[in-house]
Design a protein around this ligand. Structure first.
Ligand code: FES
Length: 167
């Protein structure tokens, strides 16, 4: 066991954990933050997406000990004092879910994705379509969100929600 201090949603947690445990399992099993979901547990579905220092990661693929001293944000931490995060509200308005299992990962991923786009990080779509400019097209949203699967197929609502917040 190792002792590690993790800063999750603004609160520092001191955890005694095996060094090989994933960040996802620490969030869910040790800290009770079950908003982050376990789907495939092998980096294929995106259900476990959280933000580390604002960047999206698959928490199932990473060891919790890697994140000592970093700022981890889960779905429990994205809302502000004024209410839901704009993407949470947009997902509700646009029916961006059906069963909801993938939704926390979708929203965390979309938050990170919009920051990536704002910083000018290219996607496959913008690399192939250089004339796209700064506009976040539906094709680019779909490409940039392609790491987050929705088994219910609520993709149209997800894209609508993200486009609404992006514009
Ligand atoms: Fe991590 Fe599927 S549970 S990518």
């Amino acid at each position: 066991m190792v002792e590690v201090q993790l800063r999750i949603n603004g609160t520092v947690h001191t955890c005694e954990i095996p060094p090989q445990v994933s960040l996802l399992d620490v969030l869910r099993e040790h800290l009770g933050l079950t908003g982050t979901k376990k789907g495939c547990d092998q980096g294929a579905c995106g259900a476990c997406t959280v933000l580390v220092d604002g960047e999206r990661i698959n928490s199932c693929l990473t060891l919790a000990v890697q994140y000592a001293g970093r700022e981890v944000t889960t779905i429990e931490g994205v809302a502000g004092e004024q209410g839901p995060h704009p993407l949470q509200a947009a997902f509700i308005r646009n029916d961006g879910f059906q069963c909801g299992y993938c939704t926390s990962g979708q929203i965390c991923s979309a938050i990170g994705m919009l920051a990536e786009h704002a910083s000018g990080a290219p996607s496959l779509v913008t690399e192939h379509l250089a004339a796209t400019g700064a506009e976040l097209t539906d094709a680019e949203i779909r490409e940039r969100m392609s790491g987050n699967l929705c088994r219910c197929g609520a993709y149209n609502g997800i894209v609508d929600a993200i486009r609404e917040v992006a514009t």
